[in-house]
Design a protein around this ligand. Sequence first.
Ligand code: NAD
Length: 263
Amino acid sequence: MDLKLKNKVVLISAASKGIGRATAEEFIKEGSKVAILSSNEANLMKACEEIKNIQGVEPFWVVCDVANRIEIENAYNLVKQTLGDIDILVNNCGGPAPGSFEQLNENQWGQAYEQVLMSATRFSRLVLPAMKAKHWGRIINITSISVKQPVENLMLSNAFRSALTAFAKTLSNELGPYSITVNNVGPGYTLTSRLYELAVTKGKQTGESHEHVLAEMANSVPLKRLARPDEVASLIVYLGSEQAGFITGSTITVDGGMIKSTY
Ligand code: NAD
C-alpha cells in the first residue's frame, strides 16, 4: 500500500528511544522528512547515527525538553526553518513518575501536567495555522492503555493521559472542517527502556528480579508476549497516512488484547 507519506514533514516530540524512535524509522522508510526531539542530546545523536546506518537517511534532530514551553517554541521554529511546515505531529513524551497518590508530591503533579498534557497542547497550537491553511494535517498522541483501564501505581499517567484524550477528542471535532485528524495510540506493554525501568522499580518493591516482573507482564497479555516498538509505530504511521483520512477522534490501543473491555 502506498501510504503517500513521501516528503511529508513529520515532527516527533520525544524520539531518541523506544516507540518514538521506532516511529521515526518507520516514517523514514516511507520517504518522509523526519525531525526527532528529545531532552537527551547523547541519546538523540546515537539514535540518528543508528537510523542513518540502517536506513541511509538521518533525521533532523533538536534537543528539547517537552516540559518547557520556550524549548518547545525554539525547537518548532528550528524544524520549520529546516524542513518546512509540519504535516504530521506525533506528540510523545517520557512517561511521568510512577507511584500511588500518596507517594507523589505536588511538584511531580506539576511536572506531569507540563510533560504529558501541556506539551501536546503547545505543539498542537504551533502546527495548526499551517495545517489549516493547507487543509490537511495529522496529530497523533502517544498515550497508553491506561486511558481505558487505569494501570496500578501509575497515578500520573492515568490522570494526565485521560485529560490528553479528552483534549484530543475535543480538538478533533474542532478541526474536522479543515480535514485535520487527531487520534491517540495507546501502547500496552512494549519492550522499551521505560518498561524496563518500571519493571526494575516494581522488582525493588516486591523483591523479585526485573526479568521475573517482565515475564509476568508478558504472561498477563492474551498474546503472551510484550510488543516490539515497531508494532506500535506501524499504527502511528498508518494514522499519519492519506488512507487514514476518515479516522479521527479515536483512541486505538496496541496491547496484545490486554484491555478487558469490548471497546
Ligand atoms: P522510552 O523511555 O523508551 O523513550 C522515551 C523518550 O522520551 C526518550 O527518547 C526520552 O529521551 C524522551 N524524553 C523523556 N522525557 C523527555 C522530556 N521531558 N522532553 C523530551 N523528551 C523526553 O519510552 P517508551 O516506552 O518509548 O514510551 C513512550 C511513551 O509511551 C511514554 O509516554 C510512555 O509512558 C508511554 N507508554 C509506554 C508503554 C510501554 O510499555 N513502553 C506503555 C504505555 C505507554
